[in-house]
Design a protein around this ligand. Structure first.
Ligand code: HEC
Ligand code: HEC
Length: 333
């Protein structure tokens, strides 16, 4: 397909999807997360653009699954057609209405993602139309900061409760669910629809569309910390000191490994069993913390983690000032 034609499809799909996005946002009092959310155009552009960040990493099961998708619905060419034409600012491009009138025979990843956005807001995926994905993964796939058993909100810290994780960056993960119970995004989403939402068995098309959509959910741009996890030159002094503790005496980097801030395996850190090492990206707005939401403040979560590490390694405890610095760094991710 001609490059301008493709861009037109991206644009037209964005316009089509806007009302659904608005529906999601209209219910979002969580202003901070809303401000940080990626724009729909960024999401669609991200869906279309080849990912470069972790291109060097070995393929994960999730990425393998993505390849399967690619076979079903061929992705766009891997490299942008011309360096000068990279779609960084799709808004500036003219809209050619005619081009969108002749859609490709198979759904592209972008079209699938646009369909997935509608499904993400569709309560009929759940038994009795009680909830859509956006009910819990509020603010464009982030989190409503609540802890659930099934579709029921429970007290934070309830041992059976599971706190809603953010879906930002989910396309880069390779274990899903707090206990790492699903190895692919497809399995994870299917399990949630059937078990948590008590909805009808989703069709392969529905699953593919939801997977394509959640893969477009990226972390917001970060002015303090680079993609490799190191502080930028103009980051605050506290964030810089916090980084040194993170990779140094705090021991955090041994489990929440840079640059993804997670790990592919599970650990028992004394919270009631083995849980996956979650990413710390966007942690400032994902309270409460841990699988059961037992800790309301990020500083308390950081403190609990350092105390665990110090006990395990028989190493030193942090000072109050060090806890502040480490919390500043983790809160900046
Ligand atoms: C009632 C609230 C709720 C609804 C509705 C909901 N989720 Fe979730 N979601 C959660 C919770 C809680 C978890 C953690 C579950 C666990 O670990 O057992 C989760 C986990 C996930 C994960 C795994 C993320 C990770 O990093 O481990 C994905 C993917 C996901 N949800 C996608 C969806 C999609 C897509 C829908 C709609 C079909 C949906 N969710 C509907 C609350 C919800
Ligand atoms: C031995 C591995 C390990 C080490 C070392 C470790 N963590 Fe964790 N961390 C985990 C696991 C596993 C969980 C999830 C436990 C749960 O959900 O019950 C977790 C959860 C967290 C959470 C909650 C995240 C969320 O989304 O709810 C934060 C914050 C955190 N760790 C920060 C840190 C910091 C800061 C350090 C260094 C002081 C650190 N961790 C060291 C394994 C580790």
């Amino acid at each position: 397909m001609a490059f301008t034609g493709l861009k037109s499809v991206v644009l037209c799909l964005s316009l089509l999807a806007l009302p659904a996005l608005a529906a999601d946002l209209s219910t979002a009092p969580y202003i901070r997360a809303v401000e940080k959310k990626p724009s729909l155009l960024q999401m669609l552009a991200a869906a279309w653009r080849p990912k470069s960040v972790h291109a060097a990493a070995a393929p994960t099961p999730a990425q393998t699954a993505r390849t399967r998708h690619a076979a079903a619905a061929p992705r766009k060419p891997k490299a942008p057609p011309a360096a000068t034409a990279a779609p960084e600012t799709p808004v500036a491009q003219p809209v050619t209405v005619g081009a969108a009138a002749t859609p490709p025979a198979q759904l592209s990843e972008v079209e699938l993602a646009a369909k997935g956005l509608l499904l993400f807001n569709d309560a009929s995926l759940s038994g009795g139309s009680k909830a859509s994905c956006a009910t819990c993964h509020f603010s464009t796939g982030h989190t409503n900061n609540k802890t659930y058993v099934g579709l029921d909100v429970v007290a934070d810290g309830d041992p059976n409760g599971r706190n809603t994780p953010t879906l930002w960056g989910v396309g880069e993960r390779s274990v899903f669910g707090w206990q790492g119970q699903a190895a692919t995004l497809e399995d994870s989403i299917r399990g949630i629809i059937v078990n948590r939402m008590k909805g009808p068995e989703p069709s392969p098309e529905t699953l593919a569309a939801l997977v394509a959509y959640v893969r477009t959910l990226n972390y917001p741009a970060n002015w303090q910390v680079k993609e490799d996890g190191t502080p930028r030159p103009d980051a605050s002094a506290a964030v810089k000191r916090g980084f040194d503790l993170y990779v140094g005496d705090g021991g955090c980097g041994t489990c929440h490994q840079l640059p993804s801030f997670d790990k592919k395996s599970k650990d028992d850190i004394g919270t009631g069993g083995k849980f996956k090492v979650p990413t710390l990206h966007a942690a400032a707005s994902t309270a409460p913390y841990f699988h059961d939401g037992r800790t309301a403040s990020l500083r308390d979560a950081v403190k609990l983690m350092w105390e665990f590490y110090a006990k395990k390694m028989e190493s030193r405890l942090p000072t109050e000032a060090e806890l502040d610095d480490l919390t500043a760094y983790v809160g900046a991710l």
